[in-house]
Ligand binder design. Structure first.
Ligand SMILES: Cc1cc2nc3c(=O)[nH]c(=O)nc-3n(C[C@H](O)[C@H](O)[C@H](O)COP(=O)(O)OP(=O)(O)OC[C@H]3O[C@@H](n4cnc5c(N)ncnc54)[C@H](O)[C@@H]3O)c2cc1C
Length: 486
């Protein structure tokens, strides 16, 4: 079966029930009804018409890295944005780049490099997520992501405008001045208000950055980072030790920051970690956590003073499906990692990390990686997570894919959120669904108005996801919504 559209292009790539899953945790296997991959705006509109006529609902997927079921819907029509990956317009005067919603970051970086080859001043992206590359612009806008910037708000700050296809097939340009309400709802709105066909990114001039590395203890991280910011550091983080049997656990870490060096150029030969080094580090992080931290910190210390291009250094090495290899090397090992991100006011970070270390020890949690970053307040997006200048703690925790493993994970992730709330903090919605209704509402009290706005813009609930269904059920439990669907 396939559908022919008006312009004779096929967008139905899979007419069958298919099992899809997220890339990293692989904890969201979902049977969808069919997969559609439009390659332009009019094909998106055709898919919307088709969904209305068959009374189906649409879920939207980019790089599939969200881990709370935001991009999938049981029995839904999956709109796969992979075919919408073109650069549409580059305004070299103003440093604006319009790209389609399905494009991944490396393609943007490559385009800008190629297009500006040989030029002295060059426009580049300001920030992208760390830890992975195959992430789409639509996914980045929908989670309002952040990178390693020390003085920046999330991605919303880097957006000039977005073009969104609504549930009635209308296309709207949204920005701070044009359809501002919709702009604030779509950015950080997890695909519930419409399809981001394109986005215009505000670029920044490329800088050469010098990395400074030191080993720091948790209680001094904020003051050290602030000192570095005052000395011109633009990017940076604190990557902490992960061995729960060591007093260094979540306490000692590598602080690396990056400050601009004017008129410098980057050497062609660099000290860097290759794919095999990453595989070894991942293996050690599972079987010998102290050795993993030592190897990693020695590498970082050896790169103190090294120069990087401000766009390229944001690219990560991510080995797809790396757990397959690990499970083969480690006896009786089966699982993946699940990420969580917790926010606390900066002065509370030292105490929070101490308490988190105790909690993780009590639960015998298997931490594979952890880092602290900074974020500046976001005053634009409706479902804002960066409601104040937080210290953001990211934890990548191994989860056994067994019933007991999942139950334990639910408890760990929910208890970590409670700890953050007790420190006047919050958590990031993009990673899992383990927050209780009380926790969701404590951290995102605007969720009720957000869902009310969803009904205003999408009354028939065309855009849907397992994440949305789950959160609707949580609100219904609290009698905050009287009926699930209009
Ligand atoms: C290893 C790893 C590292 C990460 N690092 C970071 C990080 O450093 N900083 C950070 O902020 N986040 C980080 N994340 C989270 C990640 O950035 C978000 O989950 C992001 O939304 C994933 O983008 P994606 O392209 O994979 O989108 P998907 O997972 O496919 O989709 C995510 C959401 O975006 C929606 N969506 C996707 N495309 C469109 C579109 N065109 N129109 C409308 N809606 C759309 C989907 O419906 C869904 O709600 C990381 C995740 C992983 C697994």
């Amino acid at each position: 079966m396939s559908i022919q559209l008006a312009d004779s292009k096929k967008v139905l790539v899979s007419p069958y029930c298919e099992v899809v899953n997220d890339t990293h945790s692989q904890l969201n296997p979902t049977v969808i009804k069919g997969r559609f991959a439009p390659s332009n705006l009019s094909e998106i509109v055709e898919v919307i018409k088709l969904a209305h006529s068959s009374k189906d609902r649409i879920c939207i997927a980019g790089g599939r890295h969200a881990m709370g079921g935001q991009q999938f819907l049981r029995s839904g029509m999956l709109l796969d944005m992979a075919g919408m990956n073109k650069v549409l317009h580059f305004d070299e005067e103003r440093g604006l780049l319009e790209v389609e919603g399905g494009i991944f970051w490396p393609d943007i970086i490559d385009f800008l490099k190629e297009k500006q080859k040989g030029k002295r001043s060059v426009w580049v992206i300001s920030q992208k997520q760390t830890g992975a590359n195959s992430l789409s612009i639509g996914g980045a806008v929908s989670a309002n992501v952040h990178g390693r910037g020390l003085t920046r708000p999330p991605l919303v700050d880097d957006l000039e405008d977005i073009t969104v296809v609504l549930s009635d097939g209308q296309t709207k340009i949204c920005s701070r001045t044009e359809n501002p309400e919709l702009f604030s709802l779509v950015v950080g709105g997890y695909g519930l208000f419409g399809i981001i066909a394109s986005a215009t990114l505000r670029l920044v001039p490329r800088a050469v950055l010098q990395r400074t590395v030191e080993i720091v203890e948790a209680e001094n991280v904020i003051s050290r980072l602030e000192k570095r910011i005052n000395n011109g550091a633009k990017y940076g983080d604190f990557q902490f030790a992960i061995d729960p049997t060591s007093p260094d656990f979540l306490n000692k870490g590598i602080m690396s920051t990056y400050a601009e060096v004017p008129n410098a150029s980057v050497a062609t030969e660099h000290r860097l970690l290759r794919e095999d080094d990453w595989k070894d580090l991942l293996y050690l992080a599972h079987v010998d956590k102290t050795a993993a931290f030592e190897k990693y910190s020695n590498y970082y210390l050896s790169t103190n003073g090294q120069l990087y291009e401000s766009d390229v250094f944001q690219l990560a090495t991510y080995i797809d499906n790396y757990h397959k290899d690990l499970d083969g090397r480690i006896p009786r090992h089966k699982g993946t990692e699940l990420i969580t991100e917790l926010y606390v006011p900066r002065p509370a970070l030292g105490k929070f990390l101490k308490e988190a270390a105790d909690l993780l020890r009590q639960h015998h949690a298997d931490v594979i990686y952890g880092t602290v970053r900074l974020i500046k307040e976001d005053k634009i997006s409706f479902l804002a997570w960066a409601t104040q200048p937080w210290a953001c703690t990211v934890l990548n925790i191994h989860v056994e894919h067994t019933k007991a493993g999942m139950t334990r994970a639910a408890k760990i992730f929910s208890d970590l959120i409670e700890l953050a709330i007790n420190s006047s903090g919050s958590y990031y919605l993009t990673y899992h669904k383990y927050a209780s209704s009380q926790q969701v509402l404590a951290c995102y009290p605007q969720m009720i108005q957000f869902f009310a706005a969803k009904r205003k813009y999408d009354p028939k609930g065309l855009f849907n996801s397992d994440w949305y269904e789950h959160h609707l059920d949580l609100l219904l439990e609290n009698k905050l919504f009287s009926n699930k669907y209009i």
